[in-house]
Design a binder for this molecule. Structure first.
Ligand code: MTE
Ligand code: MO
Length: 209
């Protein structure tokens, strides 16, 4: 007698993929230093297998004149924290594909950031209507630690697939591993399937290493 009943655990938030917990605050996580923004030389480039066979680039003013949208999406870091309910504003990746169409046969893109950070994506993940080159979160411009002036957000994948300080998109006719994908992280990175590490990959999930 006298033993109190155990409190039931609160139901976990259905927005949290397996193994993730919700984070208050917003930690900054990246490999290497934070780059300084140089507005006069900054450009966002699209190169590789474009339909025109030419590379394309937007300087900062031209990038800021591209069509914009807002996407509500969660961010899931593979280190197991998630930031729920962010409102990202910026340029939809689909607009980049419309303005600089890929050549027939393009299946993947590599998204490049300052200092050579990169992440590979299937074309379908890049073309997803929620994939966005974000300049703002919750109405505020990104701080430099979080990727100012622009970072990619790919809501349906772990957050390493979204380079901060993004500078280029490479259209590819075959898959190739990006920075973390070469260093032991899963080529596909679906948080709902807990695709964290490359040892979990099944045949066909990625290029041979
Ligand atoms: N350029 C660059 N982008 C990056 C990274 C990085 O190391 N370099 N880390 C990724 C990882 S692992 C995560 S979890 C998110 C973290 O974003 P945040 O620092 O805004 O929370 O950025 C991603 N984008
Ligand atoms: Mo991460």
């Amino acid at each position: 007698m006298g033993q109190s009943e155990q409190e039931p655990l609160p139901p976990s938030d259905p927005r949290l993929p397996p193994g993730q917990r919700a984070q208050r605050g917003w930690p900054a996580l990246h490999y290497g230093p934070v780059p300084r923004f140089k507005p006069l030389t900054w450009e966002l480039q699209v190169f590789g297998a474009t339909a025109s066979a030419e590379k394309h680039s937007w300087d900062f003013a031209a990038f800021n004149a591209l069509p914009r949208t807002t996407v509500r999406a969660d961010l899931h870091c593979v280190t197991k924290f998630s930031m729920l309910g962010n409102e990202w504003t910026g340029v939809p990746a689909a607009a980049v594909l419309d303005l600089v169409p890929p050549a027939p046969g393009v299946t993947h893109v590599m998204v490049w950031a300052e200092y050579g950070y990169s992440a590979n994506l299937r074309l379908a993940d890049f073309a997803d209507p929620r994939t966005i080159f974000a300049t703002h979160r919750n109405g505020e411009p990104l701080t430099v630690e979080h990727g100012f002036p622009v970072r990619l957000i790919v809501p349906q994948l772990y957050a390493w697939k979204g380079p901060k300080w993004v500078r280029a998109v490479e259209y590819m006719r075959a898959d190739r591993r990006g920075f973390w994908e070469e260093r032991g992280y899963h080529n596909l990175a679906d948080p709902w399937r807990e695709q964290r590490y490359s040892y979990q990959e099944e045949p066909g999930d990625g290029p041979l290493r």
